[in-house]
Design a protein around this ligand. Structure first.
Ligand code: C5P
Length: 242
């Protein structure tokens, strides 16, 4: 089966919590305003597949299951097969795992979707974590600049059969030029002009990120830390539609 149709609302809210009740409540509150929700390692390591299913029931929204797999190809293929029955809209792996690992992830997603008669999730590569700069890359033996490294990894992700990459909004325009209109770009590091930056150092607004080529923007605290989460999400979505 092919991936679910492209979403009209590009906002994925990051439900960053280990509290099941909190995640479920945010998911229900945001069901009518955001395009999807993201659950990551903090939540998954506490509540596993059952918790994921509960949050999905609460919101009915597409899920970005952000578990960033990075292991030998056989193990990553197994991990992908284990999460496909949860019916995520997107899953991800570290592009640094290399070509064979990404190919195995893409193949496993395809096969598991057929086996379980569900839509195939988009399989997305994580390029360079936005918490890393050129110095951090040098320390792990990468001498090229962050941007060059992101471009290299994104190209490799595409060649390996992935559907897109996670990148900083600052890299989106270059990747869109490099990789064409159909390769999905997912950008965290996004802040509305009216929200606190928190620890995001080089944020762009949602509208700037989308104008730079992002297909989906991941936004957490500007929504989850707001006193009225649905109102904050609605404000973001309306700004994007303006
Ligand atoms: O609250 P905030 O909007 O900063 O949340 C951003 C979300 O995107 C978090 O879940 C964070 O882990 C994730 N993320 C990120 N930068 C990356 C990759 C993921 O901020 N490079």
């Amino acid at each position: 089966m092919t991936p679910a149709a492209n979403l009209r609302n590009p906002v994925f809210c990051a439900l960053d919590t280990s509290d099941l009740g909190q995640a479920t409540s945010w998911a229900a509150t945001l069901a009518d305003t955001v395009g999807g929700v993201k659950l990551g390692l903090e939540f998954f390591n506490a509540h596993g597949p059952k918790g994921v299913a509960e949050v999905m029931r609460a919101s009915g929204l597409p899920l970005f299951l952000d578990l960033k797999f990075h292991d030998i190809p056989n193990t990553v293929a197994g991990a992908v097969k284990s999460v496909v029955p949860l019916k995520p809209f997107m899953i991800n792996v570290h592009a640094n795992g290399g070509r064979a690992m990404m190919q195995a992830a893409a193949k496993a997603a395809h096969e598991a979707a057929q086996t379980h008669l569900v839509d195939r999730p988009l399989v997305i590569g994580v390029t360079v974590l936005t918490s890393m700069d050129d110095n951090d890359l040098r320390e792990v033996g990468v001498s090229e600049s962050t941007l060059d490294n992101v471009r290299r990894l994104a190209e490799l992700a595409k060649i390996s059969g992935l559907d897109g990459v996670v990148c900083s909004p600052h890299e989106a325009a270059a990747l869109r030029r490099d990789l064409g209109p159909n390769f999905k770009l997912i950008t965290p590091g996004v802040r509305p002009a009216w929200a606190a930056a928190n620890d995001q150092k080089r944020a762009m607004t949602p509208a700037e990120a989308v104008a730079s080529g992002a297909d989906y923007v991941v936004i957490g605290r500007p929504i989850t830390a707001a006193s009225d989460q649905a109102a904050a999400a609605k404000r973001i979505v309306l700004e994007l539609a303006a």
